[in-house]
Write a new protein. Structure first.
Length: 214
């Protein structure tokens, strides 16, 4: 009796791997992050050189992207300015955190105030008080930027006061206001041919002398 022939079972056909959404998603996101970082870096350089009216097309060219890519990440100039300023605030606050472990509390406070003066002078160059108020009003800078800077100054000042390196009747807000005053006055003078490039440091030195205990 002939045994029925068994038909070979068909193995499921394995489709060739293709670059579907799950394989392209991560690289696309990584590319987007890199593009955004390049745009912010280019904007930081362009704004430092040409001020807040720097060409957005030039920023895109420096970043190696097209204008369309720039506008996919940033709706316009205010949002791009805000990104640059927020990056600077992040760096400033991180520096304060590092200085909280410095052995000399007075030196740590002085070093951070110099960094804050540079930050404040650049911010004024990026558009001044009116530009910053507009960015804050639209929420582009976030509501906590001023508080973060105030907290950073407060932590360093409190530490200096505790070690006797700073006077106890000085508040963080007053200290920052003094440095902002130096930034405002010296930024205006910077545009004049008679401007004194060493004046900001001299004026800051007077502020630092005023922080010392009587």
């Amino acid at each position: 009796m002939n045994q029925p022939q068994t038909q070979p079972s068909k193995q499921p056909t394995t489709a060739p791997l293709t670059a579907g959404p799950t394989t392209t998603g991560r690289p696309a996101r990584a590319d987007a992050v890199r593009n955004r970082e390049r745009i912010v870096t280019a904007a930081r350089e362009a704004f430092a050189e040409a001020g807040p009216e720097a060409s957005l097309n030039e920023i895109a060219r420096r970043a190696g992207v097209g204008p369309g890519t720039l506008y996919r990440h940033f709706s316009g100039r205010p949002e791009l300015l805000a990104a640059v300023l927020k990056e600077r605030i992040d760096i400033l606050c991180a520096r304060a955190q590092d200085l909280l472990t410095a052995q000399s509390t007075g030196t740590a406070l002085a070093e951070w105030l110099r960094a804050f003066l540079d930050h404040a002078r650049v911010n004024q160059g990026l558009g001044g008080a009116l530009m910053l108020e507009e960015l804050e009003a639209t929420g582009a800078l976030g509501s906590d930027c001023h508080q973060r800077i105030l907290d950073a100054a407060g932590a360093l000042l409190t530490r200096a006061q505790g070690s006797g390196a700073a006077r106890h009747d000085l508040s963080p807000a007053d200290l920052l206001q003094l440095v902002v005053g130096v930034a405002l006055s010296t930024t205006r003078k910077q545009t004049s041919p008679a401007g004194d490039p060493e004046q900001p440091e001299r004026l800051l030195g007077l502020v630092l002398d005023a922080t010392k205990p009587r």
